[in-house]
Design a protein around this ligand. Sequence first.
Ligand SMILES: *Cc1c(COP(=O)(O)O)cnc(C)c1O
Length: 442
Amino acid sequence: MSLEQKRILNTVIPGPKSAELQKRRSAAVSSGVGTMLPAFIEQAHGAILKDVDGNQLIDLGTGIGVVTIGHTNEGVVDAVQKQVAAFTHTLFTVTPYEKYVRAAELLIKHSPGSFAKKAAFFNSGAEAVENAVKIARRATGRHEIAVFDHAYHGRTSLTMAMNFKAHPYATGFGPLPGSVNHAPMSYPFRDPEGLTGEQAAARAITYLEKRVGATQLAALFIEPIQGEAGFIVPAPGFLRTLGAWCKENGIVMVADEVQSGMARTGKWFASQWEEGFEPDLVTVAKGIAGGMPLSGVVGRAEIMDAAHAGGLGGTFGGSPTALAAAVAVMEQFEQGNWLNRATEIGELISTRLNDMKTKFPVIGEVRGVGAMQAVEFIEPGTLNPNQAVSDAMLKHCHSNGVVLLNAGTYSNVIRMLPPLSISDELLHDALDVFEQGLASLS
Ligand SMILES: *Cc1c(COP(=O)(O)O)cnc(C)c1O
């Protein structure tokens, strides 16, 4: 069902009906499951969320970069409806179906690396990361894995240990699994000025060689653009240098593209922006299936085949309905103008935000690639994180009908992950609200 692509403020946000529902929610739902903006949604289309009080919000969050293709995209809705009516479950490892194979073929075709590849499907991003760990350990016969500062990989027991931030992800949930080693990231805004990607990679490599030993490492996990960290884009050369070191030392290089992948940055995968960088494995989830729960691991055939039959899988992994959606999404990315649109959206947002940076000294940096753009707030004239501004900006935007997300190790970043179906007009409207917020703060 379509919705007028327009921001409408009908009541305060959240309105009275949402407030009633929030009371029921508080009584029935675990407080461990948080809510950022308690406006209950009853319908969505394109870039608009309509809440139960009749407010229409501009969605620059897309459920954390999931509905990249836009809410209720017709091709996706149609594919899901047809699949649900045909069959919903057999379990691919019991009796298979074509959509699983077709989705694997599409991922193989568009993921980085010119070598022979294979794929496997799961339910969530964290599950894909866990499976990549299993596969890499089986392929190398080694135990240790490495991750980067500021990284986020999920909320399961193993991925909790792979995250940089203990709070809120791991507080009180230990003991955490061992054999997870954290290495220094390239964070150009906060690294010493002039540190190149190669130098930042050398710093990480020295650290890992001393702390762990290259021969002990099964895999190195990196988000080519860090998501929850606030869209940290490593300096050019960082990924390529790490990739070469992994190759020399028999370490499986895994790009966690759960947030940065699937057309988000204007290429199928963010890894493809760094020349000469070919990760052995790539994890995908979020944007792959237009909102249906699906994740996958794709990469070098000989590594993917290292796991024994029965070693990978799960009851719901690679559900036919989610895969039907994924095929519909990927076929549209292949045929349509989606990738270019991500680049155009990135240019529009970064032009507007960089203009705001000249007027508002609380903006320390505007960064990102394609439709993945963020603002890091600081105390003017310093590098000190300014969470107060970030919090106030979120509040301002949410009350004015623009859904944005916070991020960052210091919670001082606001990130934008709009659907690629958003119009320029709607983007400008959302950015006007953002700019008014900055003006009202200063
Ligand atoms: C969201 C995310 C995950 C975890 O995905 P879930 O589907 O929430 O389990 C893993 N890695 C990255 C980079 C993510 O952004």
